[in-house]
Design a protein around this ligand. Structure first.
Ligand code: ADP
Ligand code: MG
Length: 398
């Protein structure tokens, strides 16, 4: 990584200092307003506890949900502060504002090794406008800035990008560093064979990823509804499957350019409707009945993709192989997750990117079996497309 990280800041500089950390605590809340999944909180702990352990006063900024540019109790971070308090032994305080004098006072009354979570940054319209005045207010909350919010790094907002111009040093946290290492360095210089498995609903959302990966990979294995747009480009029957008619030409051109490096499913699990799991059956590709749709890759495909995963040294996976939210159409996605887990054990580097793919891996209980599961859905995709991330660009160069 060509950006500075907290590793480079001497311990003496951290003791007693107010370290402003932008985290991604955009976590799901249940009906009673409690945190229902603390994955993102846990993912930030290495950075937060490293700082607290060195006697820093840890001041935290995050957004939550999409409030309409003003305070809205439904999107308060108060419940998140409680959840953080349960994850760490360090004291956690909450302040119901984030860019006023009361917030600054709260940061100054913190003890060494204590944490303070401030209220939702999106309660200020200036956050998403990357407003300079708001960025300066955020900068007053700390003595140095750490960005650990990889999941928000693809947005140029006041708390992710703007503030870094007014508060120095501005460095990356451990989670940010890990994400950039896996999604950047590993893929730029992979152990080979390097394969990518791409799925999901639409080709349109993944075109730039395919284009960016094609010159780097030894193979791309396609699944999900995305495969059907390629089938259409091959003049195969796709029935009522999700096909993007305006992308068929593009799919044909990708097939042309990729040649043998792009593999499509050999067989498919089809049915008349997502809700008709009982009617699911397997057909060869090209034999999808006109009144049915492909909802998952078939067993032959699961096997051959599994073998490809087994023989690869670096495997990047983005996008479910089928409608994994509706069993039995989750089998293909589970098969890939299981094969990836086995590959990790065998010494391969396995990386999962994308919100739904990460959710599928978590559902299968296999998160711990991958080298890296990205915490950033949209950010990981944009990064894989080769785009630069404003939240990363704003940090100090090495
Ligand atoms: P990620 O979030 O991991 O990047 P995507 O958002 O691109 O993944 O795609 C996930 C969605 O694709 C899921 O909601 C899944 O149901 C859908 N999907 C996968 N295969 C199919 C299919 N054959 N038909 C319809 N939808 C599909
Ligand atoms: Mg998604």
């Amino acid at each position: 990584m060509n950006k500075q990280s907290i590793r480079g800041i001497p311990d003496a500089r951290l003791r007693g200092a107010r370290v402003l950390v932008r985290v991604d605590f955009n976590v799901p809340l249940d009906e009673s307003g409690n945190v229902s999944d603390d994955t993102r909180i846990v993912a930030a702990l290495p950075t937060l506890e490293y700082l607290a352990q060195r006697g820093a006063r840890v001041v935290l900024l995050s957004h939550l949900g999409r409030p309409a540019g003003g305070p809205d109790p439904r999107f308060s971070l108060a419940a998140v502060a409680r959840a953080l308090g349960q994850c760490t032994k360090y004291p956690v305080h909450f302040q119901s504002s984030s860019a006023d004098e009361a917030a600054v006072a709260a940061t100054k009354s913190l003890g060494d090794g204590e944490m303070l979570l401030l209220e939702n940054t999106r309660f200020h319209p200036g956050e998403e406008q990357n407003d300079d005045a708001l960025s300066r207010s955020f900068a007053a909350l700390g003595d140095l800035y750490v960005n650990d919010a990889f999941g928000s790094a693809h947005r140029a907002h006041a708390s992710t990008a703007g503030v870094a111009a007014f508060l120095k040093p501005a460095v990356a946290g451990f989670l940010m560093e890990k994400e950039l290492d896996y999604l950047g360095k590993t893929i730029a210089d992979p152990k080979r064979p390097f394969i990518a498995i791409l799925g999901g609903a639409k080709v349109s959302g993944k075109i730039d990823v395919i284009e960016a990966l094609l010159p780097k990979v030894d193979g791309i294995l396609v699944g999900g509804a995305m495969a059907c747009t390629f089938f259409k480009a091959m003049d195969l029957e796709t029935g009522t499957s999700l096909v993007e008619p305006d992308r068929v030409g593009l799919a044909a051109s990708l097939l042309d350019r990729a040649g043998f490096r792009l593999t499509l499913p050999h067989d498919a699990v089809v049915s008349t409707a997502i809700t008709n799991g009982a009617g699911a059956h397997v057909v060869k590709r090209g034999a999808i009945p006109p009144n049915e749709a492909m909802f998952d890759i078939g067993p032959d495909t699961m096997q051959s993709y599994g073998r490809a995963i087994q023989s690869a040294k670096t495997i990047l996976w983005n996008g479910p192989m089928g409608v994994f939210e509706h069993p039995p159409f989750d089998a293909g996605t589970r098969a890939i997750a299981t094969a990836m887990a086995a590959a990790t054990k065998g010494g391969a580097t396995t990386i999962v990117g994308g919100g739904d793919s990460a959710a599928a891996v978590a559902e299968a209980g296999l998160e711990g079996e991958m080298s890296h599961v990205s915490t950033g859905g949209g950010a990981s995709l944009e990064f894989l497309e080769g785009k630069s991330l404003p939240g990363v660009d704003a940090l100090d160069d090495k």
